[in-house]
Ligand binder design. Structure first.
Ligand SMILES: *Cc1c(COP(=O)(O)O)cnc(C)c1O
Ligand SMILES: [Zn+2]
Length: 468
């Protein structure tokens, strides 16, 4: 396993570290670490279409059916018997004609990648397979994370399935959707409700892990991002290894977008794909750090010499104004994204863009996602809302091939969905006006009926004649 190592993302430092070290950041310069490989000495497939093929799919054992580990050749930091799995990564790349029309691109050129099908209901399982594999390799018995919900649900599921790992989760008090909280509690994780928001919980968990020697699985953990690369392999596989023009995903802590970038430019650098897609990372306007810092402040990867002053100024401004992340898309309610620099690198390599969309646009887009038989939580729909905005602005050409990533399952957060479809405007504004939500123009209203055959038949006949 010595062919895998950890490496500082700052090219001016470029320190590398043994794979068996547990390091939340580079001890020399404080930047994030990558997992990197001595690729020259590793056996990569010569054709991209051979990636992910499992010639003799072994029977039994959850690892055998992992949609992460079948791409193990691209994340070769662990021996097969060390791999943690709960059967993650069995996701789908789906044609979605209605969502395509909403985005404004041709139906045949548009796909939704549905990561909500993971065992704990979000893409986080891809990454947790990587992180808990590494946790096992270094002999950790306790793992912790701060979470807006899905990371904790995933950690809790992996920990309880392992039978020997204890999970401790830090949640911003009152900042979690019930679907996610119910998972953490049900799987038996130690659940700490920290008075504060996600950014506070994130700061505390890092301190506690350093102090207590607890294994941290937030996406500062580079092994998590290795697992998250596999979404891109499955997208490409679903497209018969044709590279799309655009990948569009929501941005919170920016781990997913960073890992997508790494997955794609590694394939490109090895000559396994001949072009790179462009990447669009979509914030909610209620938590717009990436969008603002890239578009208004002009922050760039700049060959790794990122201007830390711009970031510090931006955060100081947030503090001065007392500005907290505030969006109903709770999974991306994050104003201090820990993977900011890795995301800047991904945007640089993939000629990417950052943008933000309103919570109104997110809920409207979510209703269109569901019209194709896929359900997602609000944060996920930022991708479709973002694609629509980019097509409107002419950044995405109408003839482009576009893949939007749906990061989490519909049932994670049914509250906003039910409100959108069933509340009248006054009630919607009373509950969601603080997020700028005014209307629900794509709502499917439930119909109250009397407990009477005659009345029900009348309603159904009316509905059916409307359909004609
Ligand atoms: C975690 C999460 C995100 C944000 O992903 P990052 O990697 O933190 O940018 C988006 N949507 C859902 C459903 C999530 O759980
Ligand atoms: Zn360094």
């Amino acid at each position: 396993m010595s062919l895998a190592f950890q490496k500082c993302i700052n090219p001016a430092c470029a320190a590398d570290y043994d794979i068996m070290q547990v390091l939340p950041k580079c001890p020399k310069c404080g930047n994030l670490l990558d997992v990197d490989y001595d690729w020259e000495k590793m056996a990569l497939p010569t054709r991209v279409s051979d990636l992910g093929k499992v010639p003799d799919w072994p029977s039994g054992g959850l690892g055998a059916v992992s949609g992460v580990w079948r791409f193990g050749a691209m994340l070769p930091f662990a021996a097969p018997e060390q791999r943690a799995s709960i059967g993650e990564g069995h996701t789908q790349l789906r044609r979605s004609p209605r969502a395509a029309s909403y985005a404004g691109v041709k139906s045949e050129n548009f796909r939704l990648q549905y990561e909500g099908l993971n065992p704990s209901g979000s893409f986080k399982d891809n990454g947790m397979a990587g992180a808990l594999t590494h946790a096992g390799m270094v002999g950790a018995s306790v793992a912790a994370c701060a979470s807006t919900g899905n990371t904790s649900a995933s950690l809790a599921a992996f920990a309880s399935a392992s039978g020997r790992m204890r999970a401790i989760i830090f949640i911003g008090d009152g900042k979690i959707a019930y679907g996610k909280l119910s998972q953490a509690l049900d799987y038996g994780a130690v659940t700490l409700l920290v008075k504060g928001d996600f950014d506070d919980a994130m700061a505390r968990v890092q301190e506690v892990c350093a102090e207590e020697g607890i294994y941290l699985v937030n996406s500062v953990n580079p092994f998590r991002l290795e697992g998250q690369k596999t979404t891109m392999y499955r997208v490409l596989e679903g497209l018969d290894w044709q590279v799309p023009d655009w990948i569009v995903c929501p941005g919170g802590n920016l781990g997913n977008s960073s890992s997508f970038g790494k997955a794609l430019y590694e394939l490109y650098d090895h000559g396994l794909i001949k072009k790179l897609p462009r990447l669009a990372v979509v914030n909610s306007s209620g938590a717009p750090t990436l969008s603002r810092i890239v578009n208004d402040k002009g922050l760039k990867w700049n060959g790794g010499a990122v201007d830390d002053g711009i970031i510090a100024d931006y955060y100081a401004g947030l503090d001065q104004r007392g500005e907290k992340a505030h969006t109903l898309a709770s999974a991306i309610e994050i104003n201090r994204p820990v993977n900011l620099k890795k995301c800047l690198r991904a945007l640089d390599r993939l000629n990417g863009v950052a943008l933000d969309v309103s919570d109104q646009a997110i809920l409207d887009a979510k209703a269109w996602v569901a019209r194709d038989g896929l359900g997602c939580e609000p944060a996920s729909a930022a991708s479709l809302a973002g694609a629509r905005q980019l097509v409107e602005k002419g950044v995405i050409d109408k003839d482009s091939t576009v893949v939007c990533i749906l990061t989490g399952h519909q049932l994670k957060d049914p509250h906003a969905t039910v409100a959108y479809h069933s509340y009248d405007e006054a009630r919607l504004q009373a509950d969601y006006g603080e997020f700028g939500v005014r209307t629900s123009q794509y709502a499917n209203h439930p119909i109250p009926v009397a407990n009477s055959l005659g009345d029900i038949v009348d309603v159904i006949r009316r509905v059916r004649s409307d359909q004609k």
